[in-house]
Design a protein around this ligand. Structure first.
Ligand code: F6R
Length: 610
């Protein structure tokens, strides 16, 4: 979603800002811009579309200066065009602002400002904020104080960076519900909405919390609360290298991330079990185990792919630990007035740790006294920091918009939590040890599936002309069917639906003909025979079938048009294996169709608005 970068120092800021914006491209955006102070003027360049277009325009305009702010915009208020792109000026061009988030009461504020003689060029809520800051700035020429006063009148979410031509020695920043981080360099400082934009320059960062405001100069900073108390903030060290953000020789981040799964999974479980006791050991949950185990119920809340991982989690917790679980879309949970008490545990799953709906649901659960547990990938992200406790999935940076390795690491984390709780309850030592052995063997099995990449590519190419797909699975593989369908929709723009296989005959079967492939997730588990019956039903209607099946399953070859064979593991971990062919299938279909796999249209990596 939207991205912010800012620079103040002695170098020309334009290339630094452009480079920062490029590192935020993965978040999804549809226009970009930058604003730089030079010789008593604030100069702005904006472009619809890609940062490369902005870069060309910036070079042509020769914009330069040692203090500047940049932005990638994902349209919310007003269409993606240059006028609506950030940065936005105040009416008399004294102030320049970039903003992530949504000002909910912008219409009331706009009317107020129009009454005071302000005029507006764009349709954005951001321009309203720029003018509101200007309104207070005119009172005392103190940018930090003007921003603070303006924000006290704002309802909504924001991460902002502001510069003024009257105080060209500072960038003012503030945060509420949208991430903002300060990067500390040597005689230069940075601001950004995401550490990815900073780590080429510094690993020393300060994360702003909600309702915090501050400024950076080239060699100092000040951070305050919105109610004006000076804060002493901790400086953190970012544990990420630049190489981790590059494509590592793959044509797309998505493929790189799919191929990384043997390693990312190993990073998720490394050091997190005690083999001889057959139990998981999760530092983040230390001291909370009994409270979680004795919860009246566990609710797992998330969005998109993370919600699919939650559905797998429901199955695991109920089946192996005997704890009742409900799974809720975070976007629904936050508005449903959920009945919660301190005897409930709510687990929030998020790759980015910044999803606005999930964060809001978390705050609601906390307000009601429930124990909140974050299962998050991005270290130091808002959800990780706001949760009472949690477990990082350690999947490493996920840049491709379509989530892949984060999903498998989320499921692995849920399996580890299940192992912990189930062993504390009534799972036998023997089964605990069996699961640990299966976990240890999993990366090699994932690799075995990845070695079939060229075969999966051939199957994908044969199916790539289909306009609709059905994904069908039962039990723990129903969420995998949903996830397979989501992957295909997101990056290939082919309509796909996930269904519990047995539900097919209650409606979707009407769609089946020779043009509609059905993808069956059909490992040999307790309901394998039932799934075979469902495959027969599709074949009887001339439907094409692609089956994801066990490698020793010869029976399925007689029925399915195509089958992708996978090894077996403990039932608890099977979703991690069955989803991988579906990730590759979606990837190769999208590549065959010539689409932008890493940045599919209309999608954002981190959905920081409602
Ligand atoms: C799908 C995808 C999205 C995210 C969803 C939640 O490939 O990436 O559906 O899963 O937006 O994002 P996080 O996990 O960052 O909260």
């Amino acid at each position: 979603m939207c991205g912010i970068v800012g620079y103040i120092g002695s170098q020309n800021s334009a290339p630094i800002l452009i480079d920062g914006l490029k590192r935020l491209e993965y978040r999804g955006y549809d226009s970009a811009g930058l604003g730089i102070y030079c010789e008593n003027r604030l100069n702005v360049v904006k472009a619809k579309g890609k940062v490369s277009v902005l870069e060309a325009k910036a070079e042509e305009s020769k914009i330069q200066g040692t203090i500047g702010i940049g932005h990638t915009r994902w349209a919310t208020h007003g269409i993606p065009n240059e006028i609506n792109a950030h940065p936005h000026f105040s009416s008399d061009e004294t102030i320049l602002l970039v903003h992530n988030g949504i000002i909910e009461n912008y219409a009331i504020l706009k009317d107020f400002l129009i009454g005071k003689g302000y005029h507006f060029k764009s349709e954005t809520d951001t321009e309203v904020l720029a003018n509101l800051i200007d309104f207070y700035y005119k009172e005392n020429n103190d940018l930090l104080e003007a921003v603070r006063k303006a924000l006290l009148r704002v309802d909504g979410t924001y991460g902002i960076a502001v510069i003024s031509k009257k105080e060209p020695d500072k960038i003012v920043v503030a945060k509420n519900g949208s991430p903002l981080v300060i990067g500390l360099g040597e005689n230069e400082n940075f601001v950004a909405s995401d550490v990815n934009a900073l780590i080429a320059h510094t690993k020393k960062v300060i994360y702003l919390e909600d309702n915090e405001i501050g400024y950076v100069t080239k060699d100092s900073y000040l951070i305050k609360s919105l109610d004006n108390a000076t804060l002493n903030k901790e400086i953190s060290e970012v544990d990420m290298d630049l190489e981790e953000l590059s494509k590592g020789g793959y044509p797309h981040y998505m493929l790189k991330e799919i191929m990384e799964q043997p390693e990312s999974l190993a990073n998720t479980f490394r050091g997190r079990y005690i083999e001889e006791e057959g139990i998981a050991k999760l530092g983040g949950l230390f001291g909370y185990e009994e409270r979680i185990l004795n919860s009246n119920r566990i609710i797992i809340s998330a969005c998109g792919t993370s919600w699919h991982a939650a559905l797998v989690g429901e199955y695991l917790f109920e089946q192996y630990a005997g704890i009742p679980v409900e799974v809720e879309y975070a976007s629904e949970f936050r508005y449903r007035n959920p009945i919660l008490s301190k005897n409930d545990t709510v687990i929030f799953i998020s790759q980015s740790g910044e999803t606005a709906d999930t964060l809001a649901a978390l705050k609601e659960a906390k307000r009601k006294g429930a124990l909140t547990v974050g299962i998050v990938n991005v270290v130091g992200s808002s959800i990780a920091r706001a949760s009472d406790t949690g477990v990082y999935i350690h999947a490493g940076p996920e840049i491709g918009v379509a989530s892949t390795k984060a999903f498998t690491s989320q499921v692995m984390t849920l399996a580890l939590i299940t192992l912990l709780l189930a062993r504390m309850k009534n799972m036998s030592l023997e089964e605990g040890k069996e699961i640990i052995q299966a976990i240890q063997e999993l990366p090699a099995k994932v690799q075995e599936i990845l070695n079939h990449n060229s075969f999966i590519k051939k199957v994908a190419e044969k199916l790539s002309d289909a306009k609709n797909f059905l994904y069908l699975g039962r039990g723990i593989h129903f969420p995998v069917a949903l996830e397979g369908a989501l992957k295909l929709k997101e990056i290939s723009y082919i309509h796909a639906e996930g269904y519990p296989a047995a539900e097919m005959k209650h409606g979707p079967i009407a769609l089946i003909d020779e043009n509609m492939p059905s993808v069956f997730i059909a490992p040999k588990d307790a309901i394998y025979d039932k799934v075979l019956n469902n495959i027969e039903e599709v074949k009887a209607r001339n439907g094409q079938v692609l089956a994801i099946a066990d490698k020793d399953d010869d029976q399925i070859d007689k029925l399915a048009d195509y089958s992708i064979k996978i090894p077996r593991t403990h039932d608890m971990l099977m979703p991690i294996l069955t989803v991988i062919p579906l990730q590759l299938l979606a990837y190769h279909i999208a590549v065959k169709k010539g689409l932008n796999v890493d940045q599919p249209r209309n999608l954002a990596k981190s959905v920081t608005v409602e």
